[in-house]
Design a protein around this ligand. Structure first.
Ligand code: CTP
Length: 408
């Protein structure tokens, strides 16, 4: 990867098979003018719309489209994928979105994208009907959650005299994104610090027993992972020992805690440098003065003194400064929306994610979730049952809008 101050040395411009392919020519030219080494890669379908020769003439090296018969480089996809500081695909067709979402590598461009660790920018263009298909939208969602960066599409004139959503973003906007990526931008949360709490706390009763709850931590872990994929540096304060550890190479610092008090300390320490704090943890509401020695059955049923734990979320909101976004969760089993709304007001959060934990197909320890996002200013927004990653992306999308509003 290039350092944040220098321009990328090498950008692969992938060209998909759509009418907007001719606009990729302008993008190649603009990037070369910025001193960037540009390798054009066409899909076989792209060659129906534009000639390889044009890209060879304007790019920094000959355009490629073949995975197997390239005489100059025997393994072109690894050469290109490893060398690229960024890959941009113009236009990204519905078919390309599907192939990328599936992880297919059936031509040089898709194989190159799989062979890179650098940011990939997708600029989709297609007719509105295609863009709005649930299958296409689902692929977009999957790719976004994996960290692909989207530019456009936008609303405007389409091929064949039509008009609507699906037009390629302006070439200048695409070039701007490639240059931004070169400065270290890797997603809409780039440069932001996101603190996420996850899992259950454990409150010791004696040296061998504790009080805990059914939270697995999976939703919090999904939030941490997706925030990191969107470019954030993430602190994950977790009481969970059940959720699969996130990929720490993605800028996620894990702080393991056990009790509510430890969780409070870790979060209050991280709060001043955070842009966003998301309290997905299921914090015990009570703790005990733990017995120093194991309680013995012969001594009769224990009767420890129950002590209220601090309301961490409320304390975080008290410490909140301008520009910070604080998100709470509400796990409810009855009157979910009205209880959650009351909690949002009482705790003073910017967003509250209401979870119906009485439904076993969602919530605790399941792979899926279904939530309602509440905010003081908008109508409740119900997110249908989907993966916890997908819920995380939707929540973070709203967080991003709040951060942008704060900046405006
Ligand atoms: N929370 C917290 N500290 C606590 C208890 C809860 O920070 N001691 C946070 C949770 O992480 C969550 C939100 O507050 O983001 C709501 O948690 P929930 O358990 O649903 O509500 P409680 O405040 O505990 O209220 P109740 O148990 O009465 O529903």
């Amino acid at each position: 990867m290039t350092s944040p101050t220098e321009a990328p040395k090498h950008v692969v411009v992938g060209v998909g098979g759509g009418i907007a392919a001719y606009k990729a020519i302008e993008i190649v030219r603009a990037l070369v003018e910025q001193g960037i080494f540009v390798s054009p890669v066409l899909t076989p379908a792209a060659k129906n719309f534009v000639g390889e020769l044009t890209f060879s003439a304007l790019g920094s090296e000959a355009a490629r489209s073949e995975l197997f018969s390239d005489q100059s480089t025997p393994i072109p996809h690894t050469y290109l994928g490893q060398k690229a500081d960024a890959i941009v695909v113009v236009p990204t067709t519905a078919h390309l979105l599907a192939r990328l979402a599936m992880g297919l590598a059936d031509d040089l461009l898709t194989a190159t994208i799989l062979a890179t660790r650098s940011p990939v920018i997708l600029a989709p263009a297609m007719h509105t009907e295609m863009w709005e298909q649930p299958s296409v939208q689902q692929n977009v969602e999957v790719l976004r959650s994996r960290g692909y960066i989207f530019v456009g599409p936008v609303d405007g004139a389409l091929a064949g005299g039509d008009s609507g959503m699906g037009r390629l973003a302006e070439p200048e906007a695409i070039v701007k994104m490639v240059l931004a990526v070169s400065k270290g931008f890797s997603g809409p949360l780039s440069g932001r610090r996101v603190v996420v709490s996850a899992g259950a706390t454990k409150e010791p009763l004696d040296p061998v027993r504790y009080l805990t709850n059914r939270s697995s931590g999976r939703q919090g872990y999904a939030l941490a992972e997706v925030a990191a994929r969107l470019g954030a540096s993430v602190v994950l304060v977790t009481g969970s020992d059940r959720a699969v550890a996130p990929d720490v190479s993605r800028n996620i610092e894990i702080q393991k805690v056990t009790t509510a008090l430890q969780m409070k300390r870790a979060l209050l320490d991280s709060m001043p440098s955070a842009d966003v704090v998301i309290m997905a943890a299921a914090v015990a509401d009570y703790t005990f003065e733990a017995a120093p020695e194991k309680l013995k059955k012969g001594d009769g049923p224990p009767n420890p003194q129950w002590l209220e734990t601090p309301d961490i979320l409320a304390e975080l909101v008290q410490q909140k400064t301008a520009g910070q976004v604080v998100v709470g969760f509400a796990a409810e089993t009855t009157d979910v929306l009205s209880n959650a709304r009351a909690k949002m007001v009482k705790k003073g959060v910017d967003l509250l994610i209401a979870n119906d934990v009485s439904d076993p197909s969602i919530g605790f320890d399941s792979a899926d979730n279904a939530v309602t996002i509440l905010s003081p200013s908008d109508e409740p927004f119900y997110l249908e049952r989907s993966s916890k990653d997908s819920i995380a992306l939707q929540v973070l999308t709203r967080v991003i809008s709040l951060l942008l509003k704060e900046k405006a």
